[in-house]
Design a protein around this ligand. Structure first.
Ligand code: 13P
Length: 255
């Protein structure tokens, strides 16, 4: 059976103190419940040390919440002012790094070749990339969503060796559903997730069966169970709703 994962992408939200409160509340909820899903939080870089210490301090044979980052540099080190390397994230005990979020592609000009560099650095540093793909509204209106998502996978993930691909998590985030309140229907999500698995299988064969594929885009407590009930939807990458411990926990409990 594939891993079930619910990851929170806080984006550029919360002060460190607010982040601490959020994680404190979440730890209390998650520790007392038997959740089927692995829980990940991806706060801003500035919060990683503090939040990382909090989630590790509660270790009692099980770490209830794992730490992820939202991005990393495409270079290993050097004169790149303002950047944060994969090695630095590893040194903060990050286990996951989101790569290629549509906001990074849209506002920071990230493209296939730069994303591949980041992906490799994340994997070389022993962390798991959460690689994001997704079409824009215009693409879907033009019925090009499969072509666009297929190309996003091929241009980056097809360059990986099988042993590296094994470590990847994919997140399907239709851009028209991000922060808009407009969610993909569970059928739309399932169709695209099955397509993504097929594209991965065309190159990597059976390995595709073990790759978790998360859905992201206005996922909330009211629609998470329906989305997660689909066989190819292995969890969620949650934006807005991950900023409320209660909502995020209800999503985690939707499995
Ligand atoms: P929302 O859940 O706010 O739509 O954001 C989704 C997302 O972009 C997660 O990475």
């Amino acid at each position: 059976m594939r891993r079930k994962i619910v990851a929170g992408n806080w984006k550029m939200n919360t002060t460190v103190a607010e982040g601490e409160t959020l994680v404190k509340e979440l730890l209390e909820l998650v520790e007392e419940s038997d959740t089927a899903a692995e829980v990940i939080v991806c706060p801003p870089f500035t919060h990683l040390d503090t939040i990382g210490r909090m989630v590790r301090a509660n270790y009692d044979g099980k770490q209830y919440i794992q730490l992820g980052a939202q991005n990393c540099a495409g270079q290993p080190s050097g004169a790149f002012t303002g950047e944060v390397s994969a090695l630095m994230l590893k040194s903060l005990s990050c286990k996951y790094v989101i790569i290629g979020h549509s906001e990074r592609r849209e506002y920071f000009g990230e493209t296939g070749s730069s994303l591949f560099q980041k992906l490799i650095l994340v994997i070389q540093n022993g962390m798991t990339p959460i690689f994001c793909v997704g079409e824009k509204l215009k693409d879907r209106e033009e019925k090009r969503e499969y072509e666009i998502v297929g190309d996003q996978i091929k241009e980056v993930l097809y360059q990986l060796k099988g042993a590296d691909m094994e470590k990847v998590i994919i997140a399907y985030e239709p851009v028209w559903a991000i922060g808009t309140g407009r969610t993909a229907t569970s059928e739309q999500a399932e169709e695209m997730h099955a397509f993504i698995r097929k594209i991965v299988s065309d190159k990597f064969g059976k390995l595709s069966q073990q790759i978790p594929i998360l859905y992201g885009g206005s996922c909330k407590p009211s629609n998470a169970a329906e989305l997660f009930s689909k066989s190819n939807v292995d969890g969620g990458l949650i934006g807005g709703a991950s900023l409320s411990s209660e909502d995020f926990f209800r999503i985690i409990k939707s499995f």
